[in-house]
Design a binder for this molecule. Structure first.
Ligand SMILES: C[S@@+](CC[C@H](N)C(=O)[O-])C[C@H]1O[C@@H](n2cnc3c(N)ncnc32)[C@H](O)[C@@H]1O
Length: 297
């Protein structure tokens, strides 16, 4: 909570923070703003959806608020009358506040004729709720494993879910089969979930939750992201890349063994250890063999 947040420049000219606690940046160094649009807003097809009268968004790991900002900007540029319901989950309320107090959005480029998104982000960081003619937004502060229960109780069915925790080895508690099962229950039957991760354990857990998945194009780094939807909405994945043979085979290796957190309250080390033990006793192909087969040249 008391972590010092120091802005770091990324390659597209926008800033992110580095987390000492998690040993990771909040965004890819290839470009923080670029990541929000290309890894989250584009794959969830918000441009196409913006013609609808209302859109519901669930932003898991709100952080600096970039993914929500990119979504609001995209939707209202196309349809200023679209009514957006946004629920964002975040553990540390100092992160969105620090982003605003360092003026990190100065590098963002909000259109001057657009709704004042900066004012919305500020109100959300200060009061955790914003309501006006075109928006109802709540920032739920706490462990997302707990706050997701509120989302479920509300019966919130998201058109778009952004899943953006730190990486699975650093923050396994937000990538477990149990947590992802709860998230999939918050996804509308015609909704899309997007994440930057292509980890086999994450993909398997999404599949086990009853979703189907596709790859999103790599942005900056070599690896793709993942987009998921319910089986009945398979057509929504048509414009995404089908998974390649290596990606499909990756799901049959030990890397695909999910992170597990049966009561949704274990410490990260326990979750990591549990998976490591399951991998050791697994009969699945060792991931090193798969890697040698596909990635050695
Ligand atoms: C990779 S950053 C998210 C970046 C963010 N989406 C953005 O656009 O700026 C991960 C975020 O997850 C938050 N976090 C870590 N553990 C959490 C937990 N158990 N529940 C909710 N949020 C958590 C961190 O505080 C951090 O802000």
């Amino acid at each position: 909570m008391g972590e010092q947040l120091i802005p770091q420049l990324t390659a597209d000219g926008t800033y992110t923070f580095f987390s000492q606690e998690f040993g990771e940046s909040y965004h890819s160094h290839f470009g923080a703003r670029q990541e929000s649009f290309q890894k989250f807003v584009l794959p969830t097809q918000l441009e196409e959806r913006a013609i609808k009268p209302n859109i519901r968004i669930l932003d898991i790991c709100y952080g600096l608020g970039y993914n929500s900002a990119a979504a609001l900007q995209t939707i209202w540029n196309i349809n200023p009358n679209c009514y957006v319901e946004l629920i964002a989950l975040e553990f540390n309320p100092n992160v969105p506040r620090a982003a605003l107090s360092y003026n990190l959005y100065n590098k963002w480029g909000f259109a001057s004729d657009c709704v004042d998104i900066l004012a919305i982000l500020t109100a959300l960081a200060d009061n955790f709720n914003v309501q006006n003619d075109n928006l109802k937004a709540s920032l739920l502060i706490g462990d997302a494993r707990t706050t997701i229960q509120q989302v479920l109780e509300l019966g919130f069915q998201a058109d778009a879910i952004f899943l953006d925790p730190f990486s699975p080895p650093q923050c396994p508690q937000l990538w477990t089969i149990e947590f992802l099962a709860l998230i999939s229950r918050c996804l509308h039957s015609e909704g899309l979930l997007a994440t930057y991760s292509c980890a086999a354990a994450v993909r398997t857990s999404l599949l086990t939750s009853g979703l189907i998945i596709a790859s999103t194009p790599p942005v900056g780094r070599k690896t793709p992201g993942t987009v998921a939807t319910h089986l009945a909405s398979e057509r929504l994945l048509k414009q995404h890349n089908r998974m390649s043979i290596p990606e499909l085979e990756h799901l049959n290796t030990r890397a695909a063994i999910p992170y597990r957190d049966p009561l949704l309250n274990d410490q990260p080390q326990i979750i990591l250890k549990r998976r490591q033990l399951e991998q050791l006793s697994s009969t699945l192909e060792p991931t090193s063999r798969w890697r040698k087969r596909w990635l050695s040249n």
